[in-house]
Design a protein around this ligand. Structure first.
Ligand SMILES: Cc1cc2nc3c(=O)[nH]c(=O)nc-3n(C[C@H](O)[C@H](O)[C@H](O)COP(=O)(O)OP(=O)(O)OC[C@H]3O[C@@H](n4cnc5c(N)ncnc54)[C@H](O)[C@@H]3O)c2cc1C
Length: 325
């Protein structure tokens, strides 16, 4: 598969996570530009059905490693299995999600294989045959463009939600089981329990409109103003992490790398600076509106509409206008 692109699938309870489809869409674009093929690697247990589903997502090949120990494997064993798979498949470019799983997996794979890796990327593309990534630097104030050496294999960890899910026409994909000696691989720990967070009374991941509060609101007593705006627009209130850390809002409202990934039609960020960990959870929104008094706030780099000003003047006005219309 030299020269080709490989996506490492992320899945939960037998279903691919949204980031897997985003990676497949990106992988397809790059594979087509390089006239190469696109494969997806699935590691886990009891994943026959999942592999068959992935075969219909526009990839050319599905590589499957199905073993009981991979059902609850921690990063150590997953990385070993991924490395052994990559040695066999030999892709030129491997894409993983910059998720809680991928954040650990990507560097572990890269160091074992000695390949060049870039994590926390917001884009990856093929420009004149070269692989170019964009990633936030200086806490999101700038995006760096980085070009990989043309002939060296590369690994890119892409933020969830950073690129869209573009459904791909199905191809006649080959499904191939890789025979790896999982038993003899070092485990270095295993997951003993998954504790699911209760969904609670709101699920912001399903909202079409989210009005999110950041540290710029100052204190918890100002949150009803944000919630009133969300309600007037027919949406839900989300927030950045400091508000959860302060105990002002429950974790189910938090947007970002360690919170929820949301892809609403409209995301209004109020007093949120735009740290990369926050952007990781919302940059897939169709329209981003940022309200911030600092014209240099990094959030304006991803916003489609930016309002430089005091949120305490702008949000009530927005609420009033929404109520009128
Ligand atoms: C491992 C890790 C995981 C993380 N996960 C997440 C995550 O999931 N989600 C997340 O959000 N963060 C996460 N963070 C934290 C992240 O790095 C930032 O610290 C956080 O996003 C900042 O939140 P903020 O933008 O609300 O606050 P700040 O960065 O303090 O920004 C406040 C903004 O409000 C503006 N402002 C102030 N007053 C007003 C006003 N009156 N009107 C308008 N604007 C005003 C300021 O100009 C400023 O830009 C994580 C960090 C780490 C290390």
């Amino acid at each position: 598969m030299a020269g080709d692109v490989l996506v490492i699938a992320e899945h939960w309870k037998g279903r691919p996570e949204a980031v897997t489809f985003q990676l497949i869409a990106k992988g397809r674009e790059i594979a087509d530009a390089r006239r190469a093929s696109l494969g997806v690697l699935v590691l886990g247990h009891d994943i026959g059905e999942l592999a068959a589903d992935l075969a219909g997502t526009g990839v050319d090949a599905v590589f499957v490693v199905d073993h009981r120990a991979l059902g609850n494997a921690a990063c150590g064993l997953l990385a070993e299995a991924a490395v052994a798979s990559l040695r066999e498949i030999a892709p030129a470019l491997t894409l993983v999600g910059f998720t809680l799983v991928g954040m650990e997996l990507a560097p572990a794979i890269a160091t074992r294989l000695g390949v060049a890796a870039m994590t926390n990327c917001v884009n990856v593309e093929c420009v004149d045959g070269e692989i170019v990534v964009a990633k936030p630097v200086y806490d999101g104030a700038l995006h760096a463009r980085v070009i990989f050496d043309r002939d060296a294999p590369a690994l890119v960890a892409l933020q969830a939600g950073a690129t869209p899910t573009l459904p791909q026409p199905a191809r006649a994909a080959l499904v191939r089981a890789l025979a790896l000696d999982i038993e003899s691989m070092p485990r270095r720990g295993e997951i003993v329990q998954f504790i699911e967070e209760p969904i609670g009374d709101v699920d912001i991941a399903k909202a079409d409109i989210i009005v999110s509060a950041g540290r710029g609101v100052g204190d918890a007593s100002k949150l009803p103003m944000i919630e009133a705006c969300a309600k007037a627009l027919g949406g839900l209130m989300g927030c950045s992490r400091p508000l959860v850390d302060q105990g002002w809002l429950p974790r189910e409202r938090q947007v970002g790398a360690s919170g929820k990934t949301v892809t609403p039609k409209i995301y209004i960020a109020c007093g949120i600076s735009g740290a990369s960990q926050h952007l990781a959870g919302m940059s897939g929104a169709k329209m981003i509106v940022a309200i911030n008094k600092d014209p240099n706030a990094p959030i304006f780099q991803v916003a489609h509409y930016g309002i430089v000003g005091d949120l305490f003047e702008i949000v009530p006005e927005l609420t009033a206008q929404a109520k009128k219309s």
